[in-house]
Design a protein around this ligand. Structure first.
Ligand code: GLV
Ligand code: MN
Ligand code: MN
Length: 490
């Protein structure tokens, strides 16, 4: 467990100092002042999704007069999102920029150009993470960022919002003449999605020291390409070492990618953490044979076992309830022909839970069921671990800061955990970290139809702006920066 130094945030309204120990922030005696707006109960006539079990409190505040004194330029933010979305554009308005492909390279070049236009000091590290730093003030930077790679059927906002809003924060500060007492940095991390190369969040994991650079560079993707070769091919095999510099604090803006905020009519999510993720590849091998002549009793059919495994995952998730989710996202039959009992099937299992013990129990139940099915069908199974991350709890002080800033701006706020993986969960190993969520229309993501209303995107960026300024010792709404007192350099 990493022990973080004590930090304080600017702004008396939300910035009471908390003692922080790694990811588990210890609350001193409760000090959030109650207001008339707090804790107005939600209507309960809707079906409550399981994620709401983890929501600890909700504020509904009328959105009227609390516009921040300094705001991002919404048109400019939208224009940058749309410009990036044109790279790798696919039918339905989405993007395909799988990590380290030509499309990813073109997206990287565009964003890197914008970093240079802002006068940022840009570094590319050994795993291809790109960090643009506005070198003002002293000490370790307040960092934001996310990713610009997408799944093959991705939307415009997943990851991209967090990166481009970060640049918009710096643009806004520069134009408003706001100079924080610490550097501000915006990162885009390599291969967050993990669709081509596992694990997901690879760049931020290596940045945080959770995986060696050599291991990451040697990962071979679903198309047989090697990370190190692809980084070199697209010209992003940088020289900055990993693990990288620990930021003073990290905050990531992201679309929720789930339905909760929209269903509850809440504008801003203060994200409490990220659920644990288990990805495994299962290869089943049987006896390939003629589909017409092979009696059912003599078959060793891995296709049948794959189907039973898929159905078992659904049953298991339903029976466990709560936060348990299970997905079979990729199934490849070989030789994949209409009249041939398959020789082998390769399939992926994505299993997640906010509770580590339950996640382990789910993994064990699946392994046992696969053994049982394979024994009965005389099929052989081999497993390959692709990803395993325990649930992450974000920093209580940064979560409170996000919620407090959002409330000050007149937004309704709720705390919620993230169902998706994020770079913030890796950077949380290095420094106090949290995330800001904005609504996802109908909870749809990893789909070209992914949509977030313009007002919500801008609201999220404005919350990010003021959270970063507070973390960097500046409170433009009250001017004086009381927090970030020590200017500690790390
Ligand atoms: C990353 O997008 C994930 O699969 O959660
Ligand atoms: Mn993402
Ligand atoms: Mn994603």
């Amino acid at each position: 467990m990493v022990s973080h130094e004590k930090i304080e945030f600017a702004g008396a309204k939300v910035g009471e100092a908390l003692a922080i120990h790694g990811n588990r922030a210890e609350r001193r005696p409760k000090r959030r002042r109650a207001s008339a707006h707090d804790r107005i109960p939600l209507p309960r006539d809707r079906r409550t999704p399981p994620f709401l079990l983890y929501i600890s409190y909700t504020w509904r505040v009328p959105r009227t007069t609390n516009a921040p004194i300094v705001s991002v330029d919404g048109d400019r933010l939208m224009a940058s999102l749309m410009n990036l979305a044109r790279i790798g554009e696919i039918d339905g308005g989405g993007c395909a920029r799988l990590a380290l492909t030509e499309e990813d390279r073109a997206g990287r070049d565009l964003v890197l150009g914008w970093m240079h236009e802002l006068g940022l000091e840009v570094t590319v590290d050994v795993i291809g993470n790109v960090i643009g730093t506005w070198n003002v003030g002293v000490g370790a930077p307040v960092m934001t960022g996310s990713h610009i790679d997408t799944v093959r059927t991705g939307g415009k906002y997943d990851g991209n919002l967090g990166v481009l809003a970060g640049l918009e924060v710096i643009r806004t500060c520069q134009q408003a003449g706001l100079v924080p007492t610490r550097p501000l940095a915006v990162a885009f991390f390599t291969n967050e999605e993990g669709s081509r190369f596992a694990p997901d969040m690879m760049g931020s994991l290596v940045y945080a020291g959770g995986m060696s650079t050599e291991t990451a560079l040697d990962v071979v993707g679903i198309d047989g390409a090697r990370v190190g070769d692809e980084l070199e091919r697209i010209g992003y095999n940088g020289a900055s070492p990993c693990p990288g510099i620990a930021p003073h604090a990290f905050v990531e803006l992201h679309i929720e990618q789930g339905p909760v905020l929209e269903q509850e009519g809440i504008t801003i999510g203060a994200v409490t953490g990220v659920q644990g993720i288990s990805w495994r590849e299962l290869v089943l091998r049987g006896q390939s044979n003629h589909a017409g002549t092979t009696p059912m009793s003599l078959r060793r059919d891995p296709g049948y076992v794959a189907a039973e495994v898929t159905a078992f995952l659904r049953r298991l998730a339903r029976e466990m309830g709560g936060h348990q989710v299970c997905t079979v996202g990729r199934v490849e039959f070989h030789p994949n022909l209409v009249n041939v009992v398959p020789a082998s099937v390769a399939m992926t299992l994505d299993v997640r839970n906010t509770d580590e013990a339950l996640l382990v129990a789910a993994e064990n139940a699946i392994t046992a069921e696969v053994e049982r099915l394979c024994a009965a069908e005389h099929v052989e199974a081999s497993w390959r671990r692709l990803t395993r991350f325990e649930p992450v709890v974000f920093d209580r002080a940064v979560i409170d800061l996000v919620a407090g800033v959002a409330r000050e701006q007149g937004h309704s706020v709720m705390e919620l955990p993230s169902g998706a993986g994020h770079d913030a969960q890796m950077i949380a190993r290095m420094c106090p970290t949290a995330m800001i969520f904005v609504q996802s229309h109908r909870g749809i993501s990893h789909n070209p139809a992914e949509h977030t209303d313009r007002d919500d995107l801008i609201a999220g960026a404005d919350v990010l702006l003021h959270v970063m300024l507070r973390l960097a010792g500046l409170d433009p709404s009250g001017n004086r920066a009381s927090g970030d007192s020590d200017g500690t350099t790390r």
